[in-house]
Structure formats: C-alpha cells, structure tokens
Design a binder for this molecule. Structure first.
Ligand SMILES: *Cc1c(COP(=O)(O)O)cnc(C)c1O
Length: 401
C-alpha cells in the first residue's frame, strides 16, 4: 500500500533506475519480495466458459507459456520501461529475437537491406536464410548512410543494422538511416546489443524495432540465454506476437526470471564496465604495440562526432589490433591471467576473442578485409574487475608480443 498522494505512486514519475528495480513486478497472493518464477507450461481455467472467453481474447489471462507467462511478462514490461518502448516480447535467444523481428516484416518477393558488418548469426539469417525463403537481401557498408539509399528498391521492407558493429565497433548513423528507411515506407530494425539500452536509444532516433541478445549485458553474468524485441504495440502485438505464438521461439520462464533480476542491476554493472572500458581504451590507444584501437567515445574513432551525438557513453567493448597479425594476437591472448578467451560479451568477467579465427572464421580473407577484420584484431569485452588489474593483464600480454 502507499498513500495515493505520494508522487511515486504514479509509476510514470519514477526514474529509470527505479523502474528497473520495481517495474513490471506483479506479486502473487504470497507477497514475495523478489519476483516469483512461474515455471509452468499451462494454466487452468475456472470454467469451460472462462476457457472459451480467454481463447477468444474476451477475458484477460494466460493460456500457455509458449506465448505468455507471468514471469516472462514481468521481464517484458521491465525491458520495455528501460527502452521507452510501448511493448516487448522475450525470446529464447538473441538470434530468435532477430529472426522473429525480421520474419514478421517480410514475405517472398520482398527485399531487405542490411549493413555488411553484423553479428555472425544475424548475417547468416540475412544472407542465407532470407533468400532461401524468397526474400532478397543486399549487404552494404553501413558507415555511409548513402549506401542504404542506393540499395533501396520498391519492394524493400526492412533495413537492419547493428551499431556499434561487431567486432570492429564501426557506427551506423541511426537518424540518417531511419529517414532513408521511412522515405521508402520500410521499417528500421536495430540490434542494440553493443551499445546497451543504457547508452543508446534507437527508438528515439527513429528505429521501429530494437532487438537484444539478453544473454549479453542483461544477464551479464554468463548464465542464461535470452532475447527481446521492443517497439510499438502495433508491431509487437501483431505478427511478432503471432510468430512467437505459432512457431515457438519463446523465452523460458526460468530464463525470464534470471534476466529480470539482471535488469535490476544492469545500470550499475554497465556503468562500471563502461568506466573501465574507457580506461582500457586510453591505455591501448597509446601503446606502441597496438596498431589500431577502436572505442566509440575515444577521439581517435573515425566516427567520433557521430558516437558523441548518438551514444551517451562508449559502452563496454574495445576492439584493437596488435602489430604482428594472428601470431601476435594469439600470444597476447594466451598470456593473460584474468581476461578469458571466449566469444561471449557483456559479462562481469572480462573476455577477449579473436574474430578472424572464431566467430568470423567462415569468411574468406576478402570478406574479412571488407568487414575490417584484420588478422591482428582482438575484441575485448570489459567486465567488472578492477580496471587497473585489467590494464596490468593487457600490459603483460602486450609485452609478450
Ligand atoms: C550475441 C549477439 C546476438 C545473438 O544473441 P544470442 O543470445 O547469442 O542468440 C545477436 N546480435 C549481437 C550483436 C550479439 O552480440
């Protein structure tokens, strides 16, 4: 209970950090402090008439956890509050979110334009699966908005981008690309994993749908997989909801609960990780054995002005290439004591990966060069360790090169 005159009785007057702790919470009759895990597949109805009414959509209530569940709903509401979106749907993984978001907009005969620099799985869906289903796709260099304008066709339904991109941390000008998209009557879908919902608000910049791998910063502790799609009520409650309902890329209630708890601490964790990433970026930028260092809010970033305009902070990832190519990159990574070799990101534990031989190994040398993935490139996801320890670890690694 609270006093009705208390200004904070109105959830709309609470600040973002507060909403992430309280938003979406629906307590059961037991009055549990933390959100309950409704780890059930089905729901019972008091009467046959009630079952009929719920299936007709005339009575509120859950039917089956493939398409709605109280714990998943709490996660969705909290994620929507953070994003400033009207509605959200949780999915089993980030790839399920991207695939569902794209599938919901296109049919055979349509065309999709995407930036060439994409997370491996996203590029696979756009380049391999969409054409198999009769949806043509064009990949462009996303750094210049003009490239999207040139690739548009009368049947283009979607532009799909991520920014900053994996793994080179190039940027796409979301406002400019949103204008191009809408001038053609298409929709802009943005994979916002690298920026995090804290530092970049694609919906405010003109995007129609935002997707996340919740596996990354939202969980942030290497436990649960998940994804989320956010946007207007019309888009989310239309085909996106129906595809999830009818094809089943659904979020598990248990994972929803883990991710819901992750959202409570997301701002605290991402802010701390970002501060450390800034320190690490400054250290790497000045190191003689580092060829190129990319961090969106470092003045040396080729799109620094755009990064400052579009992102509130530079986020938690740093990309850098060492002189000496693959051997040097391997030597550095293999000498580290704290930073783990892994391909996850956004985790409390700092992680380093060598994209050319892991996440991007299926690409030809020409394709890799086209994406800016050089043999010496390493992607570093900065975690919650003390920044000085991370710099000591990297400094030792660089000495071995
Ligand atoms: C990890 C990731 C995905 C895929 O998410 P999963 O949860 O691993 O399925 C998609 N896009 C980006 C940018 C990612 O980092």
């Amino acid at each position: 209970m609270s006093h009705p005159d208390n200004p904070l009785s109105d959830p709309a007057r609470r600040k973002a950090q507060t909403m992430l702790v309280h938003g979406g919470t629906e307590r059961s009759q037991h009055g549990e402090t933390s959100e309950a895990i409704y780890f059930n597949s089905g729901f019972v109805y008091p009467t046959s008439g009630s079952a009929e009414a719920r299936f007709k959509g005339e009575e509120p209530g859950h039917l089956y956890s493939r398409f709605s569940n109280p714990t998943v709903e709490m996660f969705q509401q909290r994620a929507a509050l953070l994003e400033g979106a009207e509605a959200a749907r949780g999915t089993a993984t980030g790839m399920a979110a991207v695939t569902t978001a794209l599938m919901a907009q296109v049919r055979a005969g349509d065309h999709v334009v995407a930036a060439r620099a994409l997370f491996g799985g996203c590029r696979y869906v756009v380049e391999t699966y969409l054409p198999r289903w009769g949806v043509e796709s064009t990949l462009v260099d996303g750094r210049n908005p003009e490239n999207f304008a040139r690739a548009m066709r009368p049947n283009t339904r979607v532009i799909f981008v991520e920014t900053p991109t994996n793994p080179t941390l190039d940027l796409v000008d979301l406002r400019a690309v949103a204008d191009i998209t809408h001038a053609h009557g298409a929709l802009l879908v943005v994979d916002n994993v690298f920026a995090t919902p804290l530092w970049q608000k694609p919906l405010a910049l003109g995007a129609d749908l935002v997707t996340y791998s919740a596996t990354k910063h939202m969980d942030g502790q290497g436990r649960a997989m998940g994804g989320v799609i956010l946007g207007s009520r019309a888009l989310i409650e239309g085909d996106i909801h129906t595809i999830i309902r009818q094809t089943g890329p659904s979020m598990s209630p248990f994972n929803a609960w883990v991710l819901l708890k992750g959202l409570e601490t997301l701002p605290v964790r991402v802010r701390a990780m970002t501060e450390s990433a800034e320190k690490v970026a400054n250290f790497l930028a000045d190191h003689p054995k580092v060829e190129v260092m990319a961090y969106p809010h470092h003045p040396s970033h080729p799109q620094y002005d755009l990064a400052m305009a579009q992102m509130e902070r530079g986020s938690t990832l740093v990309a850098f290439s060492v002189k000496g190519g693959k051997n040097a990159a391997f030597k550095l990574a293999d000498a580290l004591a704290l930073i783990a070799i892994s391909n996850n990101l956004g985790d409390a534990k700092s992680i380093i990966s060598h994209p050319a031989t892991t996440t991007h190994q299926r690409f030809t040398p020409d394709e890799l060069a086209g994406m800016g993935i050089t043999p010496g490139l390493l992607r570093l996801s900065v975690g919650l360790e003390d920044a000085d320890d991370l710099i000591t670890d990297l400094s030792f690694g660089l000495d071995q090169v």
